[in-house]
Design a protein around this ligand. Structure first.
Ligand SMILES: *[C@@H]1O[C@H](CO)[C@@H](O)[C@H](O)[C@H]1NC(C)=O
Ligand SMILES: [Mn+2]
Length: 386
């Protein structure tokens, strides 16, 4: 007991000294610290301890005073899948695959900005600790964590509320995300959902003789509708894009329509092109209403993203999808996730995680760009915005 107290005292002393930039009687000037940064601050793509894009890591869930505008957060949970498990390793894989992203050469030529050297403070908040043992506790943990993180203060007035980009994990994560956003914004949120699958399935659509649980990665949007998290107004639909999975029958689509969703299939790209898909999405969602963007990596063809839980042949290429993401940058994104990356099924070249890391980069770019556009709009402060 006595030695613990002494240790605590010593630690406190160490902290005080560190804060004054003093050590062994030496006072470090800002110039000297800057020089150390110039000498040793840069990490090559294969170096570092593996945060997203070498961003600073802060364990935000235990650091409530940490202000940020945009944060990466991992949700390493995969106990709600129906086919291949393994997405709990998604956040790690995406972070490692993001190694060649760096603020120093982060300029996005598709969007004409460097999101990492702009107005937004972007950090990596680490992972939500989620139990692999009990799904009821797991969904509470995800919901509470995302609520807590969404209430952090921002640094820039261009971001009225912080924006979270969550790395899955399986797709059940989106339900906690929508619960948190409903509380934080005090209203229903529209969803833009890129996926091979509908994920609006009534849990009874699964074989249910033995009983079933609604919290799974194919029913979270059905639950979201039941909980009133999504608008029922035909003027505020949610949107699926990239669909191509087998169905029970037309009944699935009717049920989906009844839950206020619009559907664009993977094949639509052949007739409409990427520009047509972009046009349809923007027409359905507009540029003012708060939109949550959820990307199931299985929207990509398994040739491009085999590392996923429920692969379906005949999807979009990575390039086509990135083109679509750039085209919808005008959306008012209040948060996003990239889910179902299951690295055990990807190749040694990490193609699935590399695609996911690029998708995250494009989403962050859009969020930062949207802030800049708002600054330019005369008479409209971003504070007016949800
Ligand atoms: C939409 O309809 C569903 C099913 O009738 C209902 O449970 C839900 O609360 C409604 N949502 C809103 C926002 O009113
Ligand atoms: Mn899916």
């Amino acid at each position: 007991m006595k030695s613990a107290t002494l240790l605590q005292l010593l630690m406190l002393l160490g902290l005080t000294i560190a804060c004054n930039h003093q050590h062994d009687g030496k006072e470090w000037t800002k110039e000297e610290i800057d020089e150390l940064e110039a000498k040793w601050g840069y990490e090559w793509g294969f170096e570092g301890i593996g945060t997203f894009a070498h961003l600073n890591h802060v364990k935000c869930l235990t650091e409530p005073m940490e202000d940020f505008d945009i944060a990466i957060i991992g949700a390493p949970f995969d106990k709600a899948v129906t086919y291949r498990p393994g997405a709990r390793f998604g956040p790690r894989a995406i972070r490692y695959a993001s190694g060649r992203q760096h603020s120093l050469r982060g300029f996005n030529p598709r969007a004409n900005i460097n999101p990492y050297q702009n107005w937004a403070k972007i950090i990596d908040c680490g992972d939500i600790p989620i139990t692999p043992i009990d799904n009821n506790i797991a969904q509470t943990q995800m919901t509470e964590a995302l609520k807590q993180l969404g209430k952090h203060k921002t640094v820039s007035p261009l971001a009225p509320k912080p924006k979270l980009v969550t790395l899955g994990g399986d797709h059940s994560l989106t339900l906690p995300a929508l619960r948190a956003l409903n509380e934080i914004y005090g209203k229903t949120i529209q969803v833009l959902h890129f996926d091979a699958h509908l994920d609006t399935w009534n849990p009874n659509a699964y074989p249910s003789y033995w009983g079933t649980t609604a919290f799974n990665h194919g029913s979270m949007f059905w639950l979201a509708n039941q909980e009133g998290l999504l608008s029922n107004s035909s003027f505020e639909p949610s949107v699926h894009a990239g669909l191509r999975t087998r169905l029970t029958g037309e009944i699935d689509n009717n049920d989906d329509t009844a839950q206020n969703w619009k559907r664009f299939s993977a094949d639509d790209i052949d007739t409409l092109g990427t520009q047509g898909i972009i046009h349809n999405i923007m027409e359905a969602l507009g540029t003012d209403n708060p939109v949550y963007l959820s990307v199931d990596i299985d929207v990509l063809d398994p040739a491009f993203a085999p590392g996923t839980g429920t692969p379906e042949a005949g999807g979009w290429s990575t390039r086509e999808f990135i083109r679509i993401l750039r085209g919808i940058e005008g959306l008012n994104l209040v948060g996003a996730d990239v889910v179902e990356v299951s690295p055990a099924y990807q190749g040694g070249g990490e193609e699935t995680s590399v695609a996911a890391a690029q998708i995250v980069y494009e989403l962050i770019t859009s969020m930062v760009k949207r802030g800049l556009d708002n600054m330019g709009k005369e008479g409209k402060s971003s504070k007016d915005e949800l």
